[in-house]
Design a binder for this molecule. Sequence first.
Ligand SMILES: Cc1cc2nc3c(=O)[nH]c(=O)nc-3n(C[C@H](O)[C@H](O)[C@H](O)COP(=O)(O)O)c2cc1C
Ligand code: SF4
Ligand code: SF4
Length: 256
Amino acid sequence: MIFYFSATGNCKYIATRIANKTNDRMISITDVMKKDIHSFDVPANENIGIIIPTYGLGLPVIVCDFLKKLELVTKEKPYLYFVATYGTTPGQTGYFANRILQENAYSVDAYFGVKMPDNWTPMFDLSNKEKVRKINEKAEREIDVILTKIVQQESGDFMRRKPPLFVAQTYYRNYEKMRKTNNFWLTDTCIGCGICAKNCPISAIDIQNQKPVWTVDQCVMCLGCLHQCPKFSIQYGKNTQKHGQYKHPNVSVGIG
Ligand SMILES: Cc1cc2nc3c(=O)[nH]c(=O)nc-3n(C[C@H](O)[C@H](O)[C@H](O)COP(=O)(O)O)c2cc1C
Ligand code: SF4
Ligand code: SF4
C-alpha cells in the first residue's frame, strides 16, 4: 500500500515506480481525504509506503491531517517506509511524520529522500527545461537505490541533507505565511475551464463568473492550481510568471 500526495507529479512518479516493482496498491492521500476514508485493511506481507513532498522543511498540512487519522488494520506490524521529495532539503519531514505516527502506535522503519525539481516557483526558477530534465535524470538513480532497499525491507535513516531539528521547527512557521491564498492573482488568459477548482485537494477554489475565486484564507499551498492550469493563468506573488510551470514528464496529475 503506497500512500502519496503529489501536486506536480514528483511523488506520484516515485509511487508509480515502487508500485511497478512491488505490485503494491497506490492510494492518493487527496482522494481518501476527500472521501473521508481513514481505515485500511493491510494484507499480510504488504509494505506501507508514505511518499510526500517537503513543505517549509516539514509536512504538507493535508499529510499531517491524513497521518493523524490513519488506521491500519493488520495482524502483524508491516514494514513502513517514508519517502520525502524535495528541491533543496527534505528538512525534518521524517521526524515529523514518525512523531505523528507514533501517537497511533506506528513507526517508520526506513527514511528516504529524493531531490527533484522544486515546484516552489515563487522562489525557484523551473523555466529552463534542460536543467529540469537533468534534475529528474539524476533522481532516477536515487530512486533505483531506494527501490532495492524497499524490496529488501532495509531499515534505517537514509535521508541526506537534513538541517538540525530546531532549524526545521523554526522554519516550518513560514509555511503558515506561505499558505495565504491572497498571494494568488490571475492573468487575463483564464478561459474559465474549472480545472483548478476540480483538482484542488481541499476544494478551496470556486468558479464564479468563469473565474477562480479562493474561498479560504489559507490552503495546502501545493501550487497544483498554478502548475496544472492549461493557460498558466494562476500566479503567486511577483516571480512565478517568469519561473514557469512544472509537471513531472512521466505521470499525469489532476485532470488537466
Ligand atoms: C509550499 C511549498 C513548500 C516547499 N518547501 C520546500 C522545502 O522546504 N524544501 C525543499 O527542498 N523543497 C520544498 N518544496 C518543493 C517540493 O517539496 C518539491 O518540489 C516536491 O518534489 C514536489 O512534489 P510533487 O511534485 O509530488 O508535488 C516546497 C514546495 C511547496 C509547494
Ligand atoms: S485552470 Fe486556469 S484557465 Fe482554467 S479556470 Fe482555472 S485559472 Fe482559469
Ligand atoms: S488552492 Fe491551489 S495551492 Fe491551494 S490547495 Fe488548492 S490547488 Fe493547492
